[in-house]
Ligand binder design. Sequence first.
Ligand code: GLU
Length: 289
Amino acid sequence: MTRGAGRFAPSPTGPLHLGSLLAATASYLDARIHGVAWLIRFDDLDAPRNQPGAEDHILRALEAHGLRWDASIIRQSENVDAYEAALTDLANRGLLFYCNCSRRSVAQKPFYPGTCRHRKLVTADCAVRILVDDAVAEFDDMVRGFQQESLARTSGDFIVRRRDGIIAYQLATAVDDGAPEIGRVIRGNDLLGTTGRQTFLMSKLGLQPPLYGHIPVLVNAAGQKLSKQSHAEPLHAEDPEANLRRVLSYLGLPEDTESTGCGCEVVLERAAESWFLARLPDTEAIEIP
Ligand code: GLU
């Protein structure tokens, strides 16, 4: 069993693109210089969004870029018993309630206003939310510094099981990242705002949060994060070394001309020598041409 590992946790909803290569490379280098294992976890609980062949494409692309993982692939769909146990534990302590508010009615408010908190709904056609009360989530981000969030004012009581029965990302991720196997979570800034909810869940479940570092995300000229939703191009397969050099430059690493043409493994090995989280560009997003 690994302890304190880093992890890359893509959702298998499409091929790897430059933005996800950036996150994968950053977490890989961080794990390497800290001498811990690097794991791959597929966040595949949202089955309707999974794309056939995406897992395989992502793994082949990681390999082609010299990013080698250290243990068997983890899939959230294979860990559902642990999430159910966590939900039962929270429910037994009176922390959960059912909610049948429409997504649209909640989206119009800055945070969930507690509408169903005391309605004692028990129907199946409900989401399940957790009471946040006056919890203040705090963590020291290795890139973005000290973060403090009053959950009642940012998310309010948030969803831990969706109305369609699917375990919510926050709950599954809290259970997985709070396990002793995981020690370092390096991921995109777009997820900074989810971390407080995850550490809150970890504290309720008696789990130890990992160290977090949120790195800049790549955005297109319209300011949209490169993602499957913004139709980011899949990575060009012909020249992985060029893709890698590109993301290393976004990560603030100096250009390394000596390793040109030596292949991705060598480029990564040399990059690990000069990788330092604090050298990351001090920005939330990097616009790419
Ligand atoms: N699977 C999610 C994503 O690809 C979250 C990853 C994470 O928590 O690092 O955006």
